[in-house]
Design a protein around this ligand. Sequence first.
Ligand code: FMN
Ligand code: COI
Length: 389
Amino acid sequence: MVEKPAVNPAAQPLNLAEYHLLAKAKLPAMVYGYYASGADDEQTLRDNEDAFRRLRFRPRVLIDVSRVDMTKQVMGIDLSFPLMVAPTAMQRMAHPEGELATARAVARIGTVMGLSSWATTSLEDVAAHVPGLPKFFQLYVYKDRAITERLVRRAERAGFRAIALTVDTPQLGRREADIRNQFQLPPHLSLANFSDMKDFAEVKGGAGASGLASYVASLIDASLNWNDIAWLKSITRLPILLKGVVTAEDAQRALQYGADGIWVSNHGARQLDGVTATVDCLEEVVQAARGRIPVFIDSGVRRGTDVLKALALGADAVLIGRPIVWGLAVDGEEGVYRLLSLLKDEFKLAMQLCGCQKVSDIRRELVVRDAFAPYDVRQMLSVKMPSKL
Ligand SMILES: Cc1cc2nc3c(=O)[nH]c(=O)nc-3n(C[C@H](O)[C@H](O)[C@H](O)COP(=O)(O)O)c2cc1C
Ligand SMILES: CC(C)CC(=O)C(=O)O
């Protein structure tokens, strides 16, 4: 493998990997460890990115790509390109303006921001400071359902466009960096959606444990199950997206229980280590969803070419998590904006080089899994091809 050249801190980063390196150099070890790490041996963390690399393009040529339309509509929302921002908790640890800086950058680029239940800026403040921003509210279901219901109603009142119910976190994955660092939320910060409830707003570490793991174990409802979708639908008119579905079986259930969208995610490899890379299970979910509801994907998207690959496999849009906190750490709003612009430019170039004039030109036959390419191609095109390619 070719080593990446050392980053010159005076120059603008050229790609997301360079943002990551610069952010690592700036952030305190406890904060970096929390943002960067995956669960256990981080097998899935590596696999999420590797799985994108294993896919190869079959570009088409001699197509006029002097003009390219990257826009995409999802759930009635216009995106300037098919990439949205996944919720990442506690963004003020990366930059003093935290979620507000992200929100401004996301509004400028023209896409959707996911806001975590565990944001360090309240959902009302994000809505008030960046009024035009389309946003999804990520929901963790608390054992205390009255508290959960209040959050959902507040999000609806504040103009959020969907509830993204996280379904892969009955307990927190075992993140060794957080245990080693006895992670706690720095005392000048709080989980701002709970500012009137001290026990819910603080994350305290210590005694050789991650404060996050104990917070989840004591307050988050591990009994959450399919019947709760009906409960959630009874308290809000907002569309419900299920964040963390990775199998066809659960995609079928999502349809059956009335979910409005499926978000293929392994939580950026922070929950179950050893779970399939998301781009490897995307197609089975897409097939099970049968075009009835949108399918989104996150975990491991780092290049414009990754966005193209995910769309070719049937995703309606992709999301990124960690890169946003790297952008924030490097340069606040500007960092996030520039990082999103890089991805947008990369995506445009990838479309041009693949002969796609518009997003609907991105079709299944654009990608192959390299090891099985001849077989895949025959199947996809349903034509007879010589057995030796
Ligand atoms: C630092 C960090 C905080 C996160 N916080 C949340 C959260 O509060 N709620 C949630 O559903 N997912 C959370 N996620 C998962 C992301 O929404 C997303 O699924 C994941 O980061 C995508 O993978 P990527 O980081 O490889 O892009 C978090 C991820 C990271 C890295
Ligand atoms: C549950 C919280 C620790 C936030 C979260 O989802 C994450 O860190 O991955």
